[in-house]
Design a protein around this ligand. Structure first.
Ligand SMILES: Nc1ncnc2c1ncn2[C@@H]1O[C@H](COP(=O)(O)OP(=O)(O)OP(=O)(O)O)[C@@H](O)[C@H]1O
Ligand SMILES: Nc1ncnc2c1ncn2[C@@H]1O[C@H](COP(=O)(O)OP(=O)(O)OP(=O)(O)O)[C@@H](O)[C@H]1O
Ligand SMILES: [Mg+2]
Ligand SMILES: [Mg+2]
Lengths: 229, 229
């Protein structure tokens, strides 16, 4: 169970402040599937990065299983993230110097509890198969099409069997057949117990979630479209 | 008028060859609006990069206004591209070290025929307004949301008033309202005479084109779905 109360995020640049999140209250239970929609620039990726401990809020409380995590050090945050959270980034964040295989293996190789090489290789192969990219495992990300890169980013987020999967626009570069295949895989994971929080512009995919949140200007809207705060 | 005959593109990596395009015949007249659809990895971005002289074919003929361009030197290709072609990339290709304003101004500053600073500034401002991003012109791309970055990439492609506009998935990161606004702008440019060739996974937007091409495994399909070659 994760819970946010009064979460704000302000980005300060030289001459202005951008209030990306203006007071978010949010509770997600284990096994939930929540989708987040809203116009470009309204705070979706920012909210996901706070949920994923990639960044810290400006104010407010963020608790995971009853523990306050909004004040964690970067290394403590990184440990929790690596063990429990999978993240599919809007711009993929693949490492060009590494092969596809090594990109997917990286989260497992980072783990403090050292995983045997044979197990890492087996898990990477399984994820490559899930996204139908085994034939390119020796190539580099910049040798792949946009949609192929997106599928590698997805495979990397899954390889650690995360308890919480945060997904930012997973189908933006995919045709509907590949997009449907990805959504089917995500729904399957959710059925097996993975908590899933997904940002998407596609209303068809947003509707697959158990609960749909709408964001506007850094706030969550209630069912009538009025800001909840 | 641009025309491709027998165009192939092979990417060679150490142990394998990827046949990205396997014989493309294609004619686009001035003022046409052509959309290109097809599954992930089928060759759409590759085709667009050849059309935009960002890369050269492995074999085949590519003519622009009757001139063979498939054998041009990189600097000759760069000159034509800078003067006549606008390109919106699937992964934006914005320059993180430059402000939003300077990113959009760059194609004009590169022109051999030197454009007065006042005119450059006016044209950049006009493009910023078209994509509703004037308020962020002093920021860097990595301070923007995914959809905001996409809008800056669009503004940069338009600032040179290109005769040919090549567009790779312009709405992948945009909500439907922003996506519709972008499509309206592209249709408007086409009505005023800009030749438009657009890759998209969105069937609603593909249908706005005067002609729809479907790609599969590096080939164009005819109306019954059979490869044209
Ligand atoms: N530099 C490269 N080296 C090797 N293979 C490449 C390179 N660039 C593209 N390819 C391969 O060529 C094929 C076509 O790629 P392309 O980017 O044109 O696909 P696409 O239709 O745009 O896909 P998407 O819808 O996923 O963006 C893919 O299999 C891709 O992996
Ligand atoms: N590092 C940063 N510095 C300054 N402003 C930022 C930074 N990151 C994000 N922002 C701003 O915060 C706001 C919310 O950004 P966010 O990326 O969360 O939007 P989004 O809802 O994901 O949009 P999109 O649908 O376009 O991806 C935007 O106005 C964005 O420009
Ligand atoms: Mg975003
Ligand atoms: Mg592509």
């Amino acid at each position: 169970t994760i819970s946010m109360r009064g979460i704000t995020k302000v980005f300060a640049t030289d001459e202005m402040e951008t209030h990306a999140l203006r007071g978010i209250d949010l509770a997600i239970d284990t096994g939930d599937f929540v989708s987040i929609c809203g116009p470009s620039g309204c705070g979706k990726s920012t909210l996901l990065s706070l949920l994923g401990l990639l960044d810290m809020p400006t104010s407010g409380s963020y608790q995971i299983e009853g523990h306050e995590v909004s004040g964690l050090s970067l290394s403590e945050a990184a440990y929790i993230r690596n063990e429990k959270i999978g993240f599919i980034f809007q711009s993929f964040n693949l490492i060009d110097e590494l092969t596809v295989f090594d990109n997917i293996a990286l989260p497992l190789r980072y783990r403090r509890s050292s995983i045997p090489k044979a197990e890492i290789d087996a898990r990477v192969q399984a994820c490559l198969q899930k996204v139908d990219m085994t034939h390119r495992s020796g190539h580099r990300p910049n040798q792949l099409s946009g949609g192929q890169q997106q599928r590698i980013a997805i495979a990397r987020a899954l390889v650690g069997n995360p308890a919480l999967l945060l997904v930012d626009e997973p189908t933006g570069n995919l045709d509907s057949k590949n997009g449907d295949a990805v959504m089917e895989m995500l729904c399957e994971l959710n059925r097996k117990g993975t908590t899933l929080c997904m940002v998407t512009h596609d209303p068809r995919y947003a509707d697959m979630a158990g609960r749909k949140l709408h964001l506007l200007d850094g706030r969550i809207l209630d069912a009538d479209g009025a800001p909840l705060q």
